[in-house]
Design a protein around this ligand. Structure first.
Ligand SMILES: Cc1ncc(COP(=O)(O)O)c(C=O)c1O
Length: 371
């Protein structure tokens, strides 16, 4: 039987992610638009984006937060190109984006002392291989496989190397052990349902020390440069961006931060996301034709929830198309490099009631396709 109730919001994309409940573009504070981002008003808004992020996330003393160009990719690239080189690198990857960072390190930077630890879609590599005297590069949540790192216990508190973590689909949705991480990146377009364009770069004091003590042998484009005369350009971490940002995107991000505080802060956002995952867990438990791509329950992502169906890839495409055409779920096909399946976003901007409404539709679409 075709379900009768549709999700009130059919946006389940894994990025850009659904806008927050109650989002209304006309409620944004647009007083910065049409003004210089270096005027007091612009700088204050950008400074707030940095300071309010640090406060909302409860970052340790001494950690810096900066707004940088080119979304999460820009933030990760800045870190890799500015900091890697002086130590061997351990890179852990298990899906498309992590593989992209491996390519940068091996093929672009051409670093020679690189240890690669990888796993297929659905699994995690052996994180215990991490050597605390090496620099470690990894993704907290593999957005395209729905496999997350379950905790940071494998990272040494006494490490000599840096940990560089792409956490774009984890920040504001998963517990992050900040003291274990030296560089953390994310984008506004993910968990908070903000816009692309700018990335957030979080640096520990040890990351700053690396920047001030090491100069890479390769040239660095201006948009990657974080030091001036061997000292950290602190302005970047107070809202003095390297180049011109979109103040509209900044206004949108400040609105998202206010919302996350209003719902109870990061802890509430994490809980909401876990409850969203629980809706899908119950559905998967009740249906033997659908399963998580993540093989270990502890590694199941609560944001980019990846599911495999006992269908061939063309049938999966038909399921995705049917759900889209019915207006019940947009953009839920697996990422292009991942195995065929569904990928449903479960971050806090998605309402549990919408996921509950979606589940019977998935069953309906499956029955349509298998006829
Ligand atoms: C783990 C991961 N890294 C990097 C990116 C790229 O992000 P952006 O397009 O915001 O630069 C994504 C986007 O989905 C991602 O999921």
């Amino acid at each position: 039987m075709k379900p009768t109730q549709k999700p009130a919001n059919p946006n389940f994309s894994s990025g850009p992610c659904s806008k927050r409940p109650g989002y209304d573009v006309s409620n944004l504070d647009l007083s910065t638009l049409g003004r210089s981002h270096r005027a007091a008003i612009g700088k204050a808004a950008l400074g707030r984006a940095c300071a309010d992020t640090a406060q909302a996330l409860g970052l340790p003393e001494g950690y810096r937060v900066g707004v940088v160009p080119a979304s999460d990719t820009g933030a990760v690239e800045m870190a890799l190109w500015s900091m890697l080189g002086p130590r061997p690198v351990d890179i852990f990857y298990w899906e498309s984006f992590g593989k992209g960072w491996q390519t940068d390190i091996v093929k672009q930077l051409k670093l020679e002392q690189v240890n690669e630890y990888s796993a297929d879609y659905g699994a995690l590599p052996d994180l215990a291989q991490a050597d605390p005297s090496h620099d470690i590069v990894f993704t907290w949540n593999g957005t395209t496989s729905g496999v997350k790192v379950p905790h940071g216990d494998w990272i040494s508190d006494d490490r000599e190397g840096l940990t560089i973590c792409d956490a774009t689909s984890a920040v504001f949705a998963m517990d992050i052990p900040w003291k274990k991480l030296d560089v953390v990146t994310f984008s506004w377009q993910k968990v908070l349902g903000g816009e692309g364009a700018h990335g957030m770069l979080i640096l520990s004091p040890r990351a700053v020390e690396r920047l001030e003590s090491y100069t890479p042998p390769w040239p660095l484009p201006k948009i990657f440069r974080m030091t001036k005369g061997g000292k950290l350009n602190e302005g970047i971490f107070r809202g003095e961006t390297i180049n011109t940002p979109s103040m509209l995107c900044v206004a949108d991000y400040l609105d998202a931060l206010e919302w996350v505080n209003a719902i109870g802060g990061v802890a509430a956002a994490i809980e909401k996301s876990r409850e969203n995952l629980a809706v899908i867990e119950a559905f998967v438990a009740a249906n033997d034709w659908i399963d998580f791509l993540a093989t270990e329950p502890a590694t199941r992502s609560n944001t980019s929830i990846c599911l495999s169906l006992d269908l061939d890839p063309d049938q999966v495409k038909q399921v995705v198309k049917l759900l889209d055409a019915e207006g019940v779920a947009h953009d839920i096909g697996a990422y292009r490099d991942a195995p065929a399946g569904l990928r449903i976003w479960g971050g806090a901007t998605v309402e549990r009631s919408d996921l509950e409404a979606l589940m019977p539709w998935i069953e309906w679409a499956y029955r349509q396709v298998t006829g």
